[in-house]
Design a protein around this ligand. Structure first.
Ligand SMILES: Nc1ncnc2c1ncn2[C@@H]1O[C@H](COP(=O)(O)OP(=O)(O)O)[C@@H](O)[C@H]1O
Ligand SMILES: [Mg+2]
Length: 462
């Protein structure tokens, strides 16, 4: 679009134009009022004075006759008052007054006339405008009474000129200001548009320009920048996850390939069989990893929130503990629970059971020091409107600085590498917590780890 047209179409310019019109109208009204109250009224007053004088002279004539009116006209003509008088007989001959001859005028009985008059001003002569009333005295004399209105007319024209100038200046300033304002606005909007384009073109580090004036455009830019920060960190996290996934799947696949190739080379049936069996095991583990990843994604997406129903978490605890008790005993350890009924939450039974299973699985794997057996307790209680299910062990625990990252996908601490696992267990737990609007809290059990599922308590609608 033509930049000039674009400028005229900005909302700032339209607003400025609207104000300009309002301003021009009010300025004109004000100046018009001043003009009316000075020039027009003064002219009217002059007319009235002339009319009164004509009336007075006509009265003189009626009462005192020709002599009386001549006397008065002569007396008044002598005064230097800017007044003009002329009395002529019907043939146009001057009888009295300070005008030499009748000016050109219409034949009407009585009429307003205007004519130029040369006036002595010191040594020079000036041409002034005279406004006069022409009256007919008893059909036999012509009477002209007028005033020099030059000063009045000049005054009026000065006022008129002032009005035009004031309007012109107001229009120019308003228009200029409006254009300037909208150009500034447009420039900033264009800058934001350009920044969006470069970001869309792939420069994720780009940000909207912020002026620092904290006006609405600045606030918009700041909000957009916050959004971009968030998008950038999400994208970075996603990139990391996908590269982690790729890396984690590559290792088992490479192993499978090497084993199958070795078996093929050996040519022995026994080797074939062994290779196939281990391939099946390895594939199972791969499938587990995929399933875990899918479950995490599903839980994090929060799709199934509508599928949450009120359930007593205590029943989940007792079911899972019952299932895992034998395993703890097999290792010579214990798994005890003390969850009382009434831990109502809005939840997905299967996902919550999976989360608790993952915590117990970790406690069985990492919950005992060298040469000791796992002593695990699972507790469930209501605290401050929250349902808290805690799995406690007496192992090495997780150092405070690692507690944040162990919930990331594929993160396994160095000390745990000897144990089986894919580093997805806690990621799923935190995904499930997210879905339930709860949190996974990892704390020191001094010694060991206390892993808590903190869920909002569900109040039964009464
Ligand atoms: N109870 C625990 N005690 C000590 N370390 C733990 C415990 N639970 C988890 N961890 C640490 O957190 C890491 C991530 O756990 P998890 O996501 O369940 O993966 P995995 O169990 O497959 O290793 C584990 O590798 C381990 O290093
Ligand atoms: Mg685990």
């Amino acid at each position: 679009m033509n930049p000039r047209i674009k400028l005229l179409r900005t909302s700032t310019f339209r607003l400025a134009a609207l104000y300009l019109i309002l301003f021009a109208v009010s300025v004109s009204a004000l100046l018009g009022y001043v003009y009316w109250n000075t020039a027009v009224l003064l002219e009217r007053q002059t007319d009235e004075t002339i009319r009164a004088e004509v009336q007075a002279l006509a009265d003189q004539y009626r009462i005192r006759g020709l002599r009386g009116i001549i006397d008065t006209i002569q007396r008044r003509s002598a005064e230097d008052s800017g007044s003009v008088y002329l009395l002529t007989d019907s043939s146009g001959r001057r009888i009295a007054g300070n005008l030499n001859s009748l000016p050109a005028m219409p034949d009407d009985e009585a009429a307003w006339i205007e004519f130029p008059l040369d006036v002595e001003k010191g040594s020079s002569r000036e041409r002034h405008i005279v406004r006069a009333f022409h009256a007919d005295l008893a059909g036999s004399f012509d009477l002209v009474v007028g005033r020099d209105v030059e000063a009045l007319r000049q005054f009026a024209s000065i006022i008129r000129r002032t009005i035009y100038y004031a309007l012109a200046i107001a229009l120019v300033l308003g228009l200029g200001g409006g254009l300037l304002m909208s150009r500034n606005f447009l420039r900033r909007v264009d800058a934001i548009t350009d920044a969006s384009r470069t970001i869309m073109a792939g420069n994720m580090a780009g940000r909207m320009p912020v002026q620092g004036s904290n006006d609405e455009l600045d606030r918009l830019a700041l909000a957009l920048n916050e959004m971009l920060d968030q998008i950038e960190s999400l994208m970075a996290a996603m990139k990391e996850v996908s590269s982690n996934v790729a890396h984690d799947l590559k290792t088992p696949l490479t192993r499978i390939k090497a084993r199958v190739e070795a078996a093929l080379r050996s040519g022995s049936e026994g080797e074939y069989r062994a290779a196939l069996e281990r391939t099946v095991d390895e594939s199972d583990r791969l499938l587990d990893t995929f399933n875990a990843l899918l479950s995490i994604a599903r839980a994090e997406a929060g799709q199934s929130r509508s599928g949450l129903i009120p359930i007593d978490a205590a029943s989940i605890v007792s079911d899972v503990v019952e299932l895992y008790e034998p395993m703890a005993e097999e290792e010579g350890g214990t798994l005890v629970s003390d969850a009382r009924a009434g831990l109502m939450v809005m939840g997905d039974r299967q996902l919550l059971a999976q989360a608790l299973t993952n915590l117990i699985d970790n406690a069985l794997k990492y919950g005992a020091r060298e040469g000791e057996t796992p002593q695990i307790t699972v507790s469930g209680a209501v605290e401050d409107d929250k349902v808290v299910i805690a799995v406690r062990d007496h192992g090495e625990g997780i150092a405070p600085e690692d507690r944040g990252r162990v919930t990331d996908r594929f993160v396994r601490l160095d000390s745990s590498r000897s144990k089986p696992g894919n580093g997805l267990g806690l990621s799923l737990v935190s995904g499930v917590m997210k879905l339930h609007k709860g949190t996974l809290v990892l704390e020191d059990n001094a010694p060991g780890l206390s892993a808590k599922l903190v869920l909002p308590l569900h109040h039964e609608a009464s």
